[in-house]
Design a protein around this ligand. Sequence first.
Ligand code: HSE
Length: 308
Amino acid sequence: MKEIKVFAPATVANVTCGFDILGFAVDQPGDEITLRKSNSGKVKIVKITGDGGALPLDTDQNSCGAVIKMFLNDLGTDQGIDIFLDKKMPLGSGLGSSAASSVAAIFAINELVGRPKKLEELLPYAMEGERAACGSGHADNVAPGLYGGFVLIRSYEPLDVIGLKTPNDLYATLVHPHIEVKTKDAREILRKQIYFKDSVKQSGNVAGLIAGLLTSDYGLISRSMHDYIVEPIRSILIPGYDEVKRAVMDLGALGAGISGSGPSIFALSNDHDIANRIAAKMKTIYAGFEIESETYVSKINQSGPKIL
Ligand code: HSE
């Protein structure tokens, strides 16, 4: 194989109560990467489209370039690679944009050189890509991006990632209002310490959400989708947040929250019509604020990256 093109999906991290430990993949949007073998002996970023010129072309500073270089170094090969990245999703959106690029890059290079590593061995590379992009190697975007589905990161040291079965008729609705929130900034504003009582409530909700997903107990999923720690701080950065959340709950969402570090907002529901109605309402609310937005409705993506 001389060339490969791969799509990797957007992801919703945190899922309300699970800061840095819960995330799921959606069918769209996502990023596309094309890798071509070259005789240059170098990893080179040839072209990036769709980023408005925001991403660095320097291989070491770009998460895709850095991840591919690291991977090839570990394999002990000086195979040259030309990278063409097509950003099909907005930066700083809370939809796991940097994760989608890192996942696409590591999945693609592994396939291109004959799949020397197993899928789970690719995760630490994708996490390094996340670290290069936003200063933190959290896995709640890259793990669902790479494996598909809904995942729990039970532990970071050692890394222990668990795939969670989800009900078949679970729908995610996402809205991306056109405002940029950098993950690095959204992490810096968080409190370094939390109250014991908030930790107890949050743990109860994480456990409840997982139990609800595994048993298709929508009432339990709904009761558990509350975040006492991060949402009160980050929601201040998102215009219209409270209004959107109230409206989608009135329309029958099981729960709603900030997607990753925002500004995108997600809602879960167990009915396709409700999911579509939520999308329309989200769009109307942002139009009222004169903020452009995109919406997406998707089941939980179970397949992760795919070769195009
Ligand atoms: N868990 C991360 C955060 C996801 O909320 O900062 C953002 O990429």
